[in-house]
Write a new protein. Structure first.
Length: 211
């Protein structure tokens, strides 16, 4: 086996599985390439045929990108803006996200809705979208994705409450197994006042459901 493109290349992407850790490791592109080549050969394909020859290197670079949220601490994205007196629901609807199911390494994708009630500190709206993106770019479960977003807000803005609703289609359900195209899985996490006050929770859900 000759050395292929990407031989010895490592991307300086951080790694580490837990939210909140900024443990620096590197993505081992070569290792991913070897693995992808094994998969190609394992399914009985010819890894050296023209269409597949560059695929392992291409997939390795892609994985470095779609898993770049590993080891990044999304709390660092939030810079609380204080002094605002707003104490009603702030809702950011329809934040698109693309993540990878850690059970099948197939995408799940959809929209996240993030609501919170400030207690003296708010966040720039684009920062919330960046938080969703960062926690999406890891091997994930929809339930954990949802709670990680909520915890980031609780830990940084210290709001009166947070509610996160995530709606997603899982390709591992639509391409294989039960094959339910278009099936949407909804998860929600409530913290603080959204947990203790039903009226607040209902109000937020109404805002999310209204188009
Ligand atoms: Zn899956």
């Amino acid at each position: 086996m000759g050395a292929s493109a990407g031989d010895g290349l490592t991307a300086a992407a951080p790694g580490g599985a837990q939210a909140g850790s900024n443990r620096e490791t590197t993505v081992d592109l070569k290792k991913i390439e070897n693995g992808v080549r094994q998969i190609i050969e394992g399914i009985g394909e010819d890894a050296e045929r023209e269409g597949l020859r560059e695929t392992p290197a291409r997939v390795a670079r892609m994985y470095a990108e779609i898993f770049e949220g590993l080891g990044r601490d999304p709390r660092e994205l939030i810079k609380p803006l204080t002094g605002d007196k707003h104490d009603e629901i702030v809702l950011i609807k329809d934040i698109p996200f693309y993540s990878m199911c850690e059970h099948h390494l197939l995408p799940f994708l959809g929209r996240a809705h993030v609501a919170y009630i400030p207690d003296g500190a708010i966040s720039g709206l684009s920062k919330l979208a960046r938080v969703v993106e960062t926690v999406s770019r890891r091997p994930q479960l929809q339930e954990r994705l949802t709670s990680e977003i909520a915890e980031v807000l609780m830990n940084t803005l210290k709001p009166k409450g947070v509610m996160v609703v995530v709606e997603a289609e899982h390709l591992c359900m639509t391409m294989r197994g039960v094959r339910k195209p278009g099936a949407v899985t909804t998860t929600s996490v409530v913290r603080g006042i959204f947990r203790t006050r039903q009226a607040t929770r209902v109000e937020a859900m109404g805002l999310i459901r209204s188009s």
